[in-house]
Design a protein. Structure first.
Length: 276
């Protein structure tokens, strides 16, 4: 809910509002900056200046579309928005809050204008980065509308799935990084080949990446995206297996004995439209 109580529309200084923003990355790193010509201190927190910062107007809708806005700034190595952090993806899905303050009366605190999460990031070699931000529903964790499908429609380890994530966590250590998409782990993991396919590896900072395949004999992991710049030899990882969404497969629900959320005998959406 928007809150403009910090702005007194009857005061002489009403012409000096400013927007301030908080970005909280998934690894816990917090950024505070102000859309003004000097830093702003509110409630004991300092909102710094960011080179090239521009915040778009917040778009609110009543037709079912997600409220949105965008933030444009300069990215550079060692800068507020470090190029390497942007490139690695540390800002992906970061939480965003935008507040309104009265620069003539900062003691009045801040009023919430918008909250959401970074949906996608655009950046170029001219050092410009644009964060496109969507409203709270972009972070929804439970699918509200079910669709018919022969395969399971539920994320592994979710509330609907009912499988305990902690019981399937496997500790591993990065061994040798072979290519941008592959590395080995140490510790002699006993899980059979294919066990971690479509699974996730989580780093100490809480960020994760998806596993494409796992080979037990060589302790070899391949990934879908380049990971050589975000992992290092000796880094601790927590590995979780994946699920192929099939009820009677060793790589699917039969492995976990979860709550299968598909219709295995349903032929697809075309079958629902067939005349009998």
């Amino acid at each position: 809910m928007k809150d403009f109580s910090c702005i007194d529309i009857t005061a002489a200084g009403v012409g000096f509002p400013a927007r301030i923003c908080v970005i909280t990355r998934r690894d816990g790193e917090v950024y505070r900056f102000a859309e003004s010509d000097e830093p702003i201190v509110v409630d004991g927190d300092t909102y710094a200046l960011a080179p090239g910062l521009e915040m778009s107007a917040v778009t609110h809708t009543n037709n079912g579309e997600v409220p949105s806005c965008s933030i444009s700034a300069v990215h550079e190595l060692g800068g507020i928005f470090d190029t390497q952090d942007v490139d690695i993806g540390f800002f992906d899905a970061a939480r965003v809050q935008i507040y309104l303050v009265d620069r003539m009366n900062l003691a009045a605190g801040k009023g919430l204008l918008f909250t959401g999460a970074i949906a996608d990031t655009i950046y170029n070699t001219e050092h410009q980065v644009i964060f496109n931000i969507k409203g709270p529903v972009v972070s929804a964790k439970v699918l509200m509308t079910q669709k018919r499908s022969p395969m399971c429609r539920t994320d592994l380890f979710s509330v609907l799935c009912g499988v305990d994530q902690a019981s399937y966590a496997v500790a591993a250590t990065v061994g040798a990084i072979s290519t941008a998409f592959s590395f080995t782990v140490t510790g002699g993991l006993a899980q059979p080949t294919g066990w971690f396919n479509q699974g996730v590896a989580v780093m100490p900072n809480g960020l994760g990446f998806e596993i494409a395949s796992w080979t037990q004999s060589t302790q070899y992991i391949t990934t879908y995206l380049p990971i050589n710049r975000i992992i290092s030899d000796g880094m601790a990882l927590t590995l979780y297996p994946g699920c192929n969404k099939i009820v009677d497969s060793d790589g699917g629900c039969a492995r976990y004995h979860g709550r299968f959320q598909g219709e295995p005998h349903f032929l697809g959406t075309a079958a629902a439209a067939q005349r009998v």
